[in-house]
Design a protein around this ligand. Sequence first.
Ligand SMILES: [Zn+2]
Length: 514
Amino acid sequence: MHTNHDAWVSYLDPPYNLHSMATELKSLFHLAVVIAVWAVASVSLGAEEDRWVAEARQLRAKHQVDLEELAAWCRQRGLAEQAKQTQDLLGRRDPYKLYLPVLPEKVGRAELPADAPADVIEWDTRAAKLGREQANELYELARRAVRGRRLSLAYQLVLAAIRANPDHEAVRRIFGYQKYRDRWRTIYEAQQLRAGKVWHEKFGWLAKAYVRRYEEGYRRNGRDWITAEEDARAHADIHHGWVVETEHYAVRTNHSLEAGVMLGEKLETLFRIWRNLFLRYHATDAQVVALFDGRSRVQRSQRFDVVFFRDRDDYNRSLRAAMPNIGMSIGVYFEQTRRAYFFAGEGYEDRTLFHEATHQLFHQSRRVAPNVGHRANFWIVEGIALFMESLRREADYHVLGGFKDERLHAARYRLLEDNFHVPLDELTTYGMQKLQADKRIATIYSQAAGVTSFLVFYEDGRYRDALVAYLNAVYDGTDKPSTLADLTGTSYPELDKQYRRFIEQSVRDDATGR
Ligand SMILES: [Zn+2]
């Protein structure tokens, strides 16, 4: 969230309370039934598809047939487990979520046991070949889509490609990886390893020679070794806190070295996803084409500074002078110090971490105008942070969005049950102060989350590139209230209608288990 001019705050206050949540769930179920009945009568709204979307769809259909064939072959030979694994590659997906595969570090397919039957070996060979072919086709279409300025579609395609073949070199490069020994590493990771360091899940980057002593409870202090207790005393004050450096973050904390490492890892996950999702925000068209062609690499950015206090008291005490109402917040990003602040322990939430860190990423990944969102279009500054705060892990994926997410759930409820909707031709005129002074702020935030999700997912991401261009304009300060309508080529009243249809469709999809 956001209060005064340069502090971006997440408040304790949820947009609505848990009691109403239960009621909302019940009434939504009722609504789902009603809408499901209507659905039978309603006409498909199928918009005209452009050729890129059509090509991507054809490719997906073709791969589906190939995988189904292979699964059938497995079943004929009684390879139930392999049939299932093959089938899983088809993956039924929630169309309101973005799935970002968690990539394996190790190069190469998992090895089969030495005594694997001949049929299993054949299946593995066929599955690997299929994966390679699919990844190649997806990658080639992605490269063409980039030239057709369909970047978000290209990104979807390379996500599918890396899932089909996690060892596709060119696609790995787009995600910032190269081969180093038998692992996929970022350039930074390879540098660290070459310098004799290792990544330790508790202690972060550490000289390999120190690992054993760290695990025995000692800590390096200049040229000496001290105990972990002595080390903790030395870092008890935030000004003398540990500074944990990860690839893109420097986390200062007085909680513990381990907590700093854990926070740093979460922030790295957010960063890597954000960087690809908003590639066109921080890179030019030419840079993006070069990246997809393998002619350039992902550039490492400067480090982002984050402060992680031992607890809420320490956070309140340290920041009160800068922000008198700090006690109401659970995290904050200050533009003037270019730092995001959080605290450990009770009250900590990943959502807040991702929300404020998203504000920081948009503010600091390139030059931005002073007073972003002050004149108009403030809703999207919050909307995109509300969207990114839904980041979580589901099985082998990092996931964004989905109507089970509390913000989107609230958005749906507000629109369908309360009939609450600030028309876009009005909402886009709101600057920061106007929106913050509005009594309906919490509900408008829910709508902001909903409309952002609409721009991401509507009709297979038809507006996703426009959304990134909109964010570009807002952060450049070149935006007008009409910018979103101009970029989508769609009037605000029409977008309002489409948003409502999108939300209603999501309820129908829930009801039919699509
Ligand atoms: Zn915010």
